[in-house]
Design a protein around this ligand. Structure first.
Ligand code: PMP
Length: 353
C-alpha cells in the first residue's frame, strides 16, 4: 500500500466528521456478536482443543462444514482437501509462494492485497497472459460486478470472498466443480461472519495439497485454534443461510441508497451498478491526481480508496476510485455521495497531462 495513502486513510478513520467510504469493511451490525460470544466461551470452557496446538490443515469439523457446502454446489471436495487459513489473505500469500517465479494474471484492476501477496511471495502480478489467472467469481472487488462468465482455461485462482453476497441471491457453480485439478479455490468467513476471526480456507489442486500444507506449517503452524473451534461451533448451530440472506439484503439496500444518491448528485459519473459485495468502482472522466483528490475528499468529510492501488505494478488505467458503502452508517451514505460528488467536481480543474 502506498504509504501516503495509508497515512491519509488512518487520519480519515480517526475523524468522526469523515464519512468512511474506504477500506471495504463489513457492517459490524450484521456480525452475529452474541452467537460468536457464546461460541467462544463454550469452546474455551468445554475441552482443551481450543487452547491447544492443532494440525496445520485445521480443525476437522470446520473443514467438514466447508467441504459440505462446496459439495452441495457440485464440487468434488472432501474435508481432507480443505486447508484452513488465517483469512483468505493467507491463502493468497501461500498461493503466491507456490507460484514463485511465475506470472499471475489479475486483470486491469483487482484487490490490492492480492497483488501484494503474490508479489511479496515472489510471483509476478500482471494484467493478462499469466501462468495462472486470479478471478473473483460472482462478485469482483473492486467493481462489484460479475466479470466472468464461464470457466477460464489454464490454472485458475478463484477467490470467493464475496461470492455469497450477490444481491440477487444466486450462487454460481464454483469453478472448482468443473476443473478440480487446475483450480485453487479460496473462501473466507470475513465478509459474512466477522474478519476478526481470521478464518479462511483454501482448496488446492490435489497434486499441490502436501506442498501447501508444508507452506502453511512453515508460515504459522496453524490457524488459531480458538477461532477455528468457535467458527465450527457457531456454523454447526446457527442458520448460516438465513444469516447470509439477511446480509445480502442489507448490503443490497446500502448499495441502492448510495448509488441512487450518487447518480442524482453526479449524473455525469458513469459507473456499473455492483451485483453484490461492498463497493462501487468509479472511473473518472478525466485524468486526476488521485492522492490530491483523497486529500480534498477528507477535507470535505468523506474518504474513498484511490484507484491506482488496484492496478498491477507498471500498468495504468483511467483515474478511478473505489467507494465502499458497506460500513458507514446507512443514513450517512447519501451525504457521503454528495461530498464525494463535490470533491470530484471541485477538483475538476486539477488536471494534469
Ligand atoms: N480476497 C478479497 C477479494 C478481499 O476483498 C479480501 C478482504 N478485503 C480478502 C481476500 C482477504 O480477506 P480475509 O483475509 O479477511 O479473509
Amino acid at each position: 500500500v502506498d504509504p501516503e495513502v495509508a497515512a491519509l486513510q488512518r487520519t480519515a478513520a480517526e475523524r468522526k466528521d469523515v464519512i468512511g467510504l474506504s477500506g471495504g469493511l463489513p457492517d459490524t451490525e450484521l456480525m452475529p456478536r452474541e452467537e460468536i460470544a457464546v461460541a467462544l466461551a463454550a469452546v474455551v470452557r468445554r475441552a482443551d482443543e481450543a487452547l491447544q496446538y492443532a494440525w496445520p490443515e485445521g480443525v476437522a469439523r470446520l473443514r467438514a462444514w466447508i467441504a459440505k457446502r462446496l459439495s452441495a454446489r457440485g464440487a468434488d471436495v472432501s474435508a481432507d482437501d480443505v486447508i484452513v487459513t488465517s483469512g483468505a489473505q493467507q491463502a493468497l500469500s501461500l498461493i503466491g509462494m507456490a507460484h514463485r517465479g511465475k506470472r499471475i494474471a489479475v486483470g486491469e484492476a483487482t484487490y490490492p492485497a492480492a497483488i501484494a501477496a503474490f508479489e511479496r511471495a515472489g510471483a509476478e502480478a500482471v494484467v493478462d497472459d499469466g501462468d495462472a489467472r486470479y478471478v473473483m467469481p460472482g462478485v469482483a472487488n473492486p467493481s462489484g460486478r460479475e466479470l466472468l462468465a464461464g470457466m477460464p482455461g489454464g490454472v485458475v485462482i478463484a477467490d470467493e470472498a464475496y461470492t455469497e453476497l450477490r444481491y440477487d441471491g444466486t450462487l454460481p457453480r464454483p469453478l472448482v466443480a468443473d476443473a478440480r485439478d487446475r483450480v485453487w479455490h479460496i473462501g473466507t468467513l470475513s465478509k459474512t461472519v466477522a474478519p476478526g476471526l481470521r478464518v479462511g480456507w483454501l482448496v488446492p489442486p490435489r497434486g499441490e495439497h502436501q506442498e501447501l500444507i508444508d507452506l502453511k506449517e512453515a508460515s504459522d503452524l496453524q490457524t488459531a485454534s480458538v477461532t477455528q473451534e468457535a467458527a465450527a461451533y457457531l456454523l454447526t448451530r446457527f442458520d448460516y443461510d438465513a444469516h447470509i440472506e439477511r446480509s445480502r439484503a442489507a448490503y443490497r439496500k446500502r448499495c441502492e441508497v448510495f448509488c441512487t444518491a450518487l447518480h442524482e448528485v453526479a449524473p455525469q459519473l458513469a459507473f456499473d451498478e455492483p451485483a453484490g459485495g461492498f463497493s462501487a468502482w468509479i472511473e473518472l472522466p478525466d485524468e486526476r491526481d488521485e492522492l490530491a483528490l483523497l486529500e480534498r475528499a477528507i477535507e470535505n468529510g468523506v474518504s474513498f480508496d484511490p484507484g491506482r492501488g488496484f492496478r498491477p505494478p507498471g500498468s495504468t488505467g483511467p483515474s478511478a476510485i473505489r467507494a465502499s458503502f458497506s460500513n458507514a452508517p446507512i443514513d450517512q451514505l447519501a451525504e457521503g455521495a454528495r461530498r464525494l460528488a463535490t470533491t470530484l467536481g471541485a477538483s475538476a480543474s486539477r488536471r494534469h497531462s
